[in-house]
Each structure stands twice: as C-alpha cells, then as structure tokens.
Design a binder for this molecule. Structure first.
Ligand SMILES: Nc1ncnc2c1ncn2[C@@H]1O[C@H](COP(=O)(O)OP(=O)(O)OP(=O)(O)O)[C@@H](O)[C@H]1O
Ligand SMILES: [Mg+2]
Length: 127
C-alpha cells in the first residue's frame, strides 16, 4: 500500500489549471522524483501535499488517512516536511544550528522551557 497517495488532485488559480487530475502513489522507502518543464505544476503539487493550500478537487492520503486540506503546521506533525525551491540559511548560525531549527518538532518542551532553558534541557537538546 502506498504511504502517500494523491487521488485525482487538481488545482486551478483563476483560469490557470496548474494541476489537473493527478494520480500518484509513493511506496514506503521509495525515492521518487517529479520532473517537468517550467510551469508544469511540480511546486503546486508539493504545496497541495504539504498543505500550503487545499486542492480544488481530489484527495491526499497519508498512511491511509485523508489529509486533504489539512493545514501545513498539522501536516508536518503527521511526518510530511518540505523544503523550498529557493532555500535560505540563518546567517550567523553554524551548520548544526541551521539543521536544528527544524528539530523543534521532535522536542516536547513548551513555550516556558523554550524561553528559559535549564542546563539539563540544553544537554538533552545536544544529545
Ligand atoms: N500561487 C499561485 N497563484 C497563481 N498562479 C500560480 C500560483 N502558483 C503557481 N501558479 C501557476 O501554476 C502553474 C504551475 O506552476 P508551478 O510553480 O507549480 O510549476 P513548476 O512545475 O514548479 O515550475 P518550475 O519548474 O518553474 O518551478 C504556472 O502556470 C504558475 O504560473
Ligand atoms: Mg517549481
């Protein structure tokens, strides 16, 4: 069974049909590339999967659950993360610190302990 499944998803921006009835299944462990000319709808497809906006039609299933139209901050908790075509780094951060900016999803600390970390919580963060 596909871990990620797109069922006839479509997205129109006004009169522009960016994605039109796309069916796609990704198996667990599979590495899949999406190739197409400029404006083919690749980025739009990733935006539909990651919840940047909902599809006009069709469904997105992840691990058998319907995540169609789910907001991006909820989709990322489900385990789907994306990077952008034009990437940027935090200037002045080390490589490790840049990587760690996406790591907060795996931490269980709340707002208070994030603002006022203890030595113990910092050591836990450093592993
Ligand atoms: N937010 C938007 N509002 C209006 N039109 C959009 C929007 N995003 C994409 N489009 C249009 O939808 C179509 C598909 O664009 P998309 O960015 O998905 O293509 P792409 O395959 O990622 O292209 P590229 O190879 O240039 O990155 C294009 O005609 C584009 O102009
Ligand atoms: Mg693109």
């Amino acid at each position: 069974m596909a871990i990620l499944e797109l069922q006839k998803i479509s997205k129109a921006f006004g009169g522009v049909q960016a994605v039109d009835g796309l069916d796609l299944g990704v198996e667990k462990g599979e590495i899949l590339g999406l190739i197409g000319p400029n404006g083919a709808g690749k980025t739009t497809t990733f935006n539909l999967i990651s919840g940047v906006y909902p599809p006009s039609r069709g469904r997105v299933l992840f691990e058998g659950k319907d995540i169609t139209g789910m907001k991006a901050h909820k989709v990322v908790i489900m385990g789907i993360a994306r990077i952008f075509q034009i990437t940027s780094l935090f200037r002045g951060y080390t490589v490790l610190e840049n990587v760690l900016t996406g790591f907060h999803l795996y931490l269980r600390s709340g707002l208070w302990s994030s603002l006022f970390p203890t030595t113990e919580s910092i050591n836990r963060y450093r592993g």
